[in-house]
Design a binder for this molecule. Structure first.
Ligand code: AMP
Length: 191
């Protein structure tokens, strides 16, 4: 096994189960969880200038600017806890963000990108029960459309630049977790 830290990205539309899988993965692999959505919500709650800039955009289901997101990710990745390995959640969401991320990493790049694959019909049903304040029906539909347009194409980019692990996201959280682990463990044993 390589001494390099495990550096992961998880892709998946809203409601795909990323949050739960992230919790299980960070605890199993000892990673730092970096969620841009959580960081932005914390900034909004704290009323920082960054939060004020992001608040209206987030409420409408649109994407915050690439520049702003890349600045907060760059700062976060520079923190000591990220050096031991990390799991990026909700980022990158656009090609400029993916390009920016590669620019922030050293030559080792990413260990893998995990693509949690769940059909739109299933996530829409799951979202209905989530009841988060920014989960209006319009915002949900807008986020799914944006995911298809901006984020889904990153799979191609990850498939050529790093190892893309496509995981069936249907089933219980534990089943999905085991699927991810078996792919990841096989990969880590080879590197
Ligand atoms: P999430 O919790 O990841 O669904 O993020 C909630 C909201 O924060 C999104 O709908 C966007 O408005 C914003 N956001 C989070 N991450 C990003 C990102 N990487 N790029 C642009 N906007 C983001």
């Amino acid at each position: 096994m390589s001494a390099a830290a495990t550096r992961l990205v998880i892709l998946g539309k809203q409601g795909a189960g990323k949050g739960t899988q992230c919790e299980l993965l960070v605890s199993r692999y000892g990673l730092t969880h970096i969620s841009t959505g959580d960081m932005l919500r914390a900034a909004v709650a704290a009323g920082t200038p960054l939060g004020q800039e992001a608040e209206a955009v987030m409420a409408s289901g649109e994407l915050v600017s690439d520049d702003l997101i890349l600045r907060i990710v760059e700062q976060r990745l520079a923190q000591p806890d990220a050096q031991a390995g990390f799991l990026l959640d909700g980022f990158p969401r656009t090609q400029p963000q993916a390009d920016g991320l590669y620019g922030l990493l050293d030559a080792d790049g990413l260990t893998a990108a995990i693509d949690l694959d769940v059909p739109d019909a299933v996530v829409t049903q799951r979202m209905a029960g989530r009841g988060r304040e920014d989960d209006t029906p319009d915002a949900i539909a807008r986020r799914l459309a944006l995911y298809e347009k901006e984020t889904a194409p990153l799979r191609q980019s990850f498939a050529s630049n790093t190892r893309l692990l496509t995981i069936d996201g249907l089933g219980t959280p534990e089943q999905v977790h085991q699927r991810i682990c078996s792919h990841l463990d096989a990969l880590l044993a080879r590197t």
